[in-house]
Design a protein around this ligand. Structure first.
Ligand code: UN1
Length: 507
């Protein structure tokens, strides 16, 4: 496995780093098994509470220096990280694919997303603009500026084991913050690999030790970040359950949190849809990453006049799907992350059937030598009613629910009728329908697309969603403002002290 060697991944790895230093292992190992073939890829020593304390102190110390570097100089370091990722795209994409189970195309796509955010952050390092306002008082000037926040904690999920960290870290870095990353305990080697890549760049640029830190462990490591008043911002990606716990702890100390949680994304397929585009968007959205993206298409809301035609096309497309080793480019769908994910897939199917769901394409766990990890499942499709409780839940698996509608208003009510609010789409060539879907009375999600599926957002837009998705926005647009504190400055250059609101106060 040459890609492991080129990423300096060993059989046993240290799991705690301050960027310049890997701390001695003091705790038990986290074992990382590949869902592809069940093999042990390697182990990573978990961070102890004591080590976390050292890391947090180092991150704080480094902040005092890092924030004094001019932002474009910080950007120059991020540019080199982007270049290193370009060189390591092949290997890192392969590790993502092998440790997480997504197809190699998607593994490389994830690294490309990292490269793209590096480019974005480099440009941003010269554009951290505030506004200048006109003062109501003569001889006064007023403006706002953005300062770095401090230490940013990043809790990321297994399904995007490297890209989501980079969205947060690259913006946080150009903004002048230091970071502590806790990757998912299901994909710790991806964390170690990224840390190895940036460590070289940091060393070459004399970046202070503690600017980018790595800790590994289970949820207790995430709780350290959430509870620690030294962590100015906790950015957490994962389940709504996890996000609620993090948000409550961070709010308890009046810290800031940035949440990107569950989705339950739907595509409305209108009577005026281009059905070929609709089909491709729906199938990639539903089975890509084996249904384990927060943007995965979980529901298709189909106009009654095209319902049967879409059903027939879907059935045919699902019959052509190739499930197997994600490193083999012939396969479309790889495994789920682990046995627990397989169990929740099976539970959801059972619950759906119990509520009255009719399966158009049956699910099931694949058996045999090529599927020996036991994590390969069949993407399936069920016809359901909007009120089924299972349809309102996010199951991280390739289960697609079909719903029928008559009017667009009804379709939008169904689309919005779930607790989550991340991504949504309409397939239509009808301008009126498209605009209605995008209007204030349309989709209630953070992302609303036309003639594009629900997944595969570009990094240039703000990424995140409403309701139980947590309200946070990461990645592009002005999401960088989440990683800075805003300061309003009013400067009096007159020879008097007029008070605002015309208040008189004479001595
Ligand atoms: C996630 O699943 O947490 O829009 C992130 C997408 C990807 C990011 C998904 N660019 O599908």
């Amino acid at each position: 496995m040459d890609f492991l060697k080129s990423l300096s991944i060993e059989k046993t790895n240290r799991g705690t780093s301050t960027g310049g230093t890997w701390l001695e292992p003091l705790s038990e190992d986290i074992a990382s098994y590949s869902p592809v073939d069940g093999a042990l890829i390697g182990t990573v020593s978990a961070t102890t509470a004591g080590q976390y304390g050292l890391v947090a102190a180092q991150a704080q110390k480094a902040f005092a220096e890092w924030r004094s570097w001019p932002a474009p100089r910080r950007g120059a370091v991020v540019r080199q990280i982007g270049d290193a990722l370009r060189r390591q795209k092949e290997s890192l994409g392969r590790l993502v694919s092998y440790e997480m189970g997504k197809s190699l195309q998607e593994g490389w796509g994830e690294v490309q997303e990292m490269i793209d955010i590096c480019d974005f952050a480099v440009g941003l390092s010269r554009q951290l603009y505030g506004l200048a306002m006109h003062s109501e008082r003569p001889g006064h000037r007023m403006y706002e500026q953005y300062h770095p926040l401090g230490v940013v904690g990043i809790i990321s999920a297994f399904n995007f084991p490297v890209a989501v960290w980079s969205w947060n870290a690259m913006l946080a870095l150009v903004c002048g913050n230091t970071c502590i990353w806790k990757p998912s305990e299901k994909t710790p080697l991806c964390g170690v690999a990224c840390q190895n890549i940036i460590s070289h760049i940091f060393e070459n640029n004399n970046v202070p030790d503690g600017v980018c830190n790595l800790i590994t462990g289970d949820r207790s490591a995430g709780e350290w970040l959430a509870a620690d008043p030294r962590i100015a911002l906790v950015s957490a990606t994962g389940s709504t359950r996890m996000g609620k716990a993090v948000a409550a702890t961070v709010a308890g100390r009046l810290g800031r949190s940035l949440l990107e949680l569950g989705g339950n994304n739907a595509i409305i397929i209108s009577k005026d849809a281009d059905l070929d585009i609709a089909l491709l968007g729906a199938v990639f959205g539903a089975v890509g990453t084996a249904g384990q993206r927060c943007t995965t298409t979980r529901r298709l809301i189909i106009h009654e006049s095209v319902y049967e035609a879409v059903k027939a096309k879907l059935k045919q497309a699902y019959n052509q799907l190739k499930i197997g080793d994600p490193l083999d480019p012939a396969n479309h769908v790889g495994p789920l992350i682990d046995q627990a994910a397989v169990q929740s897939y099976l539970n959801a199917i059972e619950k759906c059937r119990a509520e009255g769901g009719r399966f158009l394409v049956e699910g099931g766990v694949l058996e045999g030598a090529s599927f020996k990890s036991g994590c390969y499942v069949k993407p399936c499709i069920a016809e359901v009613e909007p009120l089924y409780t299972i349809v309102k839940e996010e199951t991280f698996a390739p289960i697609l629910y079909l719903l029928k509608y008559q009017t667009l208003e009804e379709a939008i009510v169904i689309q919005n009728g779930v607790p989550q609010g991340l991504s949504s789409a309409i397939m239509t060539l009808n301008l009126r329908e498209a605009e209605q879907f995008l209007s204030y009375a349309g989709s209630d999600c953070g992302i609303a697309n036309v003639n594009i599926g629900t997944s595969g957002a570009e990094i240039g837009g703000a990424f995140g969603g409403e309701k139980e998705t947590g309200g946070g926005r990461e990645s592009g647009s002005d999401a960088w403002k989440n990683y800075m504190r805003r300061q309003t400055n009013t400067i009096n250059y007159s020879a008097a002290l007029p008070l605002a609101q015309g208040i008189r106060f004479d001595l």
